[in-house]
Design a protein around this ligand. Structure first.
Ligand code: AMP
Ligand code: MN
Ligand code: MN
Ligand code: MN
Length: 293
């Protein structure tokens, strides 16, 4: 049976990816992706360009975003799929979520300067495609360029995670708001890469029940940041909680991403693909056989 090649998690230069939305669309289409979503961090300003490019390339498209959320003492990410990027409350909510990134970045640069990494604010800015969205990823690229670390993953471990010199805690959106903005904009909310959270305060299943209580209906099962064991663990959780399952590479750049666009295992047949909840939101110039997927 033909399984749909859906990639529902990727980043462009509108957030912390390195490719423009059009170039990302081209790369996805060339890789055989049939249904694609752009999910920039806290931003939907790339969606119109991404949509045009995707439709021109014969790819089906879902507007998306990945919202930063503060939950039980840690940062979790909620992916919105099928959102209308012109929806007022979503646009305003994301704008409020982005606010403060610049001040945070200045404080990060001060912490880094104290351990001998100079000029990090200006250095990170050179990699920023959207002045409203300066992120830790941009700092990581600069710190590699400046020769302090061999690769960005090492930068996160040594400098940019909780307790390290360049880490500055930040207050992001609430879980309730993030889910409400996504659903209010016509989309479905999905817990991004659950395998990456520590779940110290509330336990991982506390996040699942709170998320569902707010109206969330999906969880990423097959993602670039899950091991095979995590795919099984969160596939089981999707069934136990009655959540739909998503599949996405979390692609950021040809140089840095572990997983290429569209190059993921298929969702196990026992799961309900999240795109079956979003058939009415998928845009495509050619018919897409969701039934076969
Ligand atoms: P921010 O929103 O500024 O806190 O940046 C978060 C981004 O940093 C994530 O979306 C990832 O792209 C990146 N990131 C987080 N942890 C790591 C890691 N260990 N290695 C590489 N990139 C990471
Ligand atoms: Mn990122
Ligand atoms: Mn994420
Ligand atoms: Mn992501």
């Amino acid at each position: 049976m033909h399984l749909l090649n859906a990639d529902l998690h990727s980043h462009s230069s509108v957030s912390d990816g390195t490719l423009a939305p059009e170039a990302l669309a081209e790369r996805a289409a060339a890789a055989g992706v049939e249904l694609w979503a752009l999910t920039d961090h806290d931003e939907i300003s790339g969606l119109a360009r991404a949509r045009e490019a995707a439709l021109d390339l014969g790819m089906a498209f879902l507007g998306g975003c990945e919202i930063s959320v503060s939950y039980a003492g840690e940062t979790v990410h909620v992916v919105g799929l099928g959102v209308d990027g012109t929806n007022g409350p979503l646009v305003a909510g994301l704008e409020a979520t982005r606010a403060g990134r610049r001040e945070r970045a200045r404080a990060m640069a001060e912490g880094l300067a104290r351990v001998g990494i100079r000029g990090a604010f200006e250095g990170a800015l050179k990699y920023v495609g959207n002045p409203d969205l300066i992120s830790r990823t941009h700092f990581a690229r600069y710190i590699v360029e400046a020769g302090h670390c061999a690769h960005t993953h090492e930068v996160f471990q040594r400098y940019l995670t909780d307790g390290k010199p360049g880490y500055v805690p930040h207050q992001w959106a609430t879980l309730a708001d993030a889910v409400a903005w996504i659903r209010g904009a016509g989309g479905e909310a999905v817990i991004a890469h659950p395998g990456r959270y520590k779940f110290t305060a509330n336990g991982e299943w506390g996040l699942f029940t709170d998320f569902m209580g707010h109206g969330g209906r999906g969880v990423e099962v097959v993602t670039g940041s899950h091991t095979v064991a995590e795919q099984v663990r969160y596939g089981d959780a999707a069934i136990e909680y009655g959540l739909a399952a998503s599949r996405g590479s979390d692609f950021h750049s040809p140089e840095e991403s572990r997983t290429a666009l569209g190059a993921l295992p298929d969702l196990p047949g026992r799961l309900t693909p999240v795109w079956t909840l979003l058939a009415h939101r998928i845009e495509s110039r050619t018919p897409l056989d969701l039934a076969a997927a």
